[in-house]
Design a binder for this molecule. Structure first.
Ligand code: DAH
Length: 345
């Protein structure tokens, strides 16, 4: 007789474990069936009289286990059903709701502009040359026809490495011209993007580090007209097919003649007046025919070869394109700033 009662209790315990509760109605049904005044568990307590005396203690322990199992299950499922999202149950779980957005990274605006520039020149046969940022003064200055007493060599303008008068942080990507011309034979057709450093007071308009792209083309019979056509192509790819350019005479130690190239930006609003200082023209880059002294310094025969070079700053172009008013933002890496460029490639 006892054994029958024991197996009945085990049967109820199993049914408690297996009972599926998915809705609040299920929960109420469960409560009535196992915890109410007329529950199956209550009925089992009435069976004690049928248990042999020496088994009554074990039976009591088993009954308590059953009661506890029903109470625990009821409490934990109730808590889930009442929780805000009811995960796993049908209390408001919306499988069609959009998920939390996955925040993906974004390209830095400086590399967006750099990529565009390298892309434009690579389409007309220029290859990318990357070189060191820690340079010696020969490649940065001497080879580039910048005399010993030139003010750019002053500590005020150039970061020299500690205890060194020859090792420095390159002040322009023009140093790459010397690196390439001393190691490669013409024809040379490269552009050199990279970071440069100058000992400048940091402000919204200038920084002690920024990026430039250098261009160099050396071959037999390269003329000023080749340079002008190449730069016009670049300007129209970069700023639109109607873009006009002008070349103004200028001076750089490493080019002769030298020029600065402006693109016509327009004068449509107050911003345009401010940015172009009322002229409508915007200075974009420095350029010129490579000075024969530079060719000689780098071991290239100027009676056989000629070439042109150009160099431009990147941050300024990124500032114009994205209406950034403070150059420091490019280096602070504040994600609120950088996230604005997500999706820009
Ligand atoms: N190196 C110059 C600068 O940092 C820019 C430049 C001007 C580069 C004329 C050139 C060039 O190659 O031909 O201001």
């Amino acid at each position: 007789m006892s054994e029958d009662v024991f197996s009945k209790v085990r049967g109820v315990l199993n049914s408690i474990y297996e009972f599926r509760i998915e809705t609040t109605d299920d929960l109420e049904f469960f409560r009535v069936r196992y915890l109410g005044t007329k529950s199956e568990v209550k009925a089992l307590f009435g069976e004690i009289k049928n248990v042999d005396n020496d088994k009554k203690k074990d039976f009591g322990i088993l009954l308590n286990e059953v009661k506890q199992a029903a109470e625990d299950k009821y409490a934990s499922v109730k808590a889930i059903l009442e929780s805000a999202d009811g995960t796993g149950l049908d209390s408001g779980l919306d499988l069609t709701a959009p998920s939390e957005p996955i925040i993906s990274g974004s390209r830095h605006p400086v590399s967006v502009i750099l990529n565009q520039i390298t892309g434009i020149f690579s389409r007309i046969g220029f290859t990318v040359a990357e070189e060191r940022e820690v340079e010696d003064d020969w490649h940065n200055f001497t080879a580039m026809n910048t005399p010993e007493d030139h003010p750019a060599r002053d500590m005020q303008d150039t970061f020299y490495l500690k205890d060194s008068l020859t090792q420095l942080l390159r002040t322009h990507t023009s140093s790459v011209q010397a690196r390439i011309m001393t190691t490669q034979k013409p024809p040379i057709r490269i552009i050199a993007p990279g970071r440069v450093y100058r000992n400048e007071t940091i402000s919204s308009r200038s920084h002690c580090q920024f990026h430039q792209v250098e261009g160099l083309y050396i071959d037999e019979g390269v003329t000023f007209a080749d340079m002008k056509q190449t730069l016009l192509y670049f300007a129209r790819e970069m700023y639109g097919p109607q873009t006009n350019i002008r070349l103004r005479p200028s001076f750089f130690p490493f080019t002769e003649p030298s020029a600065e190239m402006d693109v016509y930006w327009g004068l449509n609003n107050e911003d345009d007046y401010r940015i172009t200082k009322g002229t409508g023209w915007l200075e974009i880059l420095g350029c010129g025919m490579v000075d024969p002294n530079v060719l000689v310094n780098c071991g290239i025969d100027p009676s056989k070869y000629s070439g042109f070079a150009f160099g431009m700053g990147i941050e300024r172009q990124a500032m114009l394109r994205y209406k950034v008013t403070d150059i420091r933002q490019f280096f602070e890496n504040d994600v609120r700033f950088l996230r604005q460029f997500s999706g820009v490639i």
